[in-house]
Design a protein around this ligand. Sequence first.
Ligand code: C5P
Length: 419
Amino acid sequence: MRVVLGVAGGIAAYKSALLLRLLREAGHEVRVVPTTAALEFVGVPTWEALSGQPVTASVFDGTDTVEHVRIGRQADLVIVAPATADLMARAAAGMANDLLTATLLTVTCPVLMAPAMHTEMWQHPATAANVATLRGRGTHVMEPEVGRLTGADTGPGRLPEPEAIAAAALALVEQPERTADLAGRRVVVSAGGTREPLDPVRFLGNRSSGRQGVAIAAEAAARGADVTLVAANVDAALLPPDVEIVPVESTADLQAAMRERAGRADVLVMAAAVADYRPATVAEAKVKKSGDGLVIDLVENPDILAGLAREARPEQVVVGFAAETGDAAGSVLEHGRAKARHKGADLLAVNQVGNGSGFGDVPNAVVILDRQGAVVGEVEGTKADVARGLVDAVGALLDTRAAVDVPSELSAGATTLPG
Ligand code: C5P
């Protein structure tokens, strides 16, 4: 695999020399792209000797081969370690004022950043906003370790150990072996968050990134299914390959897209965050400030999942999600159980949201319930891990249905066989 190792200017740059060794020992080709500041800490000869490849921080070297574009295009994986506050700020702003930031703008492969800086810098709202921007675009930003920093200070900001960085980075590209157990199956997945228009420029929306639905669509496609992703306002950079994309905006659009495809689908997964309400009327012109507040009348949206479950064919598998927080009236699981019975889907994946879990590029944990509310599985990990567990449960259900489905011509024939 071709790995680009970006090194920004921090004292922890020396640890990246160990990371480079680990990657090389694991058989990967590594191209080191330091920033000019990084070269103040560890020089070009070290990087060149350890990587066996030329090293420069400038976009003006190797111009005959257009290095600032070529390096990124050829990469299977990019690791930036250490990722300093400055480097992340430049990357978040989309700057391209050195070879590393220019490379970051051209790559389409997974990018992992391992931050290292003083605690105050890590906790500064500017850095937090840059990290959120990067994560929102699909860059994986590790949490720094807590411990001794360069001076006498301790706190969050230490570069994670090289072994941990290598493991996290390689996990992004090393796909587990899959069988084509969904070959010939049609799967329709909804993802993202609906937007309910208020006027030509405003909408009511939600924070769903669509990552979990995207991961389910990608998993089903990797297992041989013919997949359609009904994507409600999902960032184009997140959309998976090998999947038909149907972009939608509002709940009405999403419902129409799902219903249109439901008849031919074997599996329907409602992973989208659908608005429960929409404005009763949509103003034709932009609503002006009245100086006197604004009251918006809302009407309830149809429950798409419940409708799909009601109209499902017996052999079809319908899957829903329930994001719960738990409250005085019941735990996350209790609310999930009630929802499973109420929605009528074959499977309901219940996850706890809030406190950094559930939304965005964060680990996820779901409990999978059947339509009676009984637990049929539990999965924890990345959204790809959750997708795998959920698709396993879907596959198992499809298999049991296939096993009890006796084709009509066979059963009719059986009655005429001599006894
Ligand atoms: O009721 P709640 O919004 O928690 O249910 C979540 C599940 O129902 C998700 O699968 C979501 O896609 C689906 N849903 C729907 N139509 C709505 C609201 C939610 O299909 N109007």
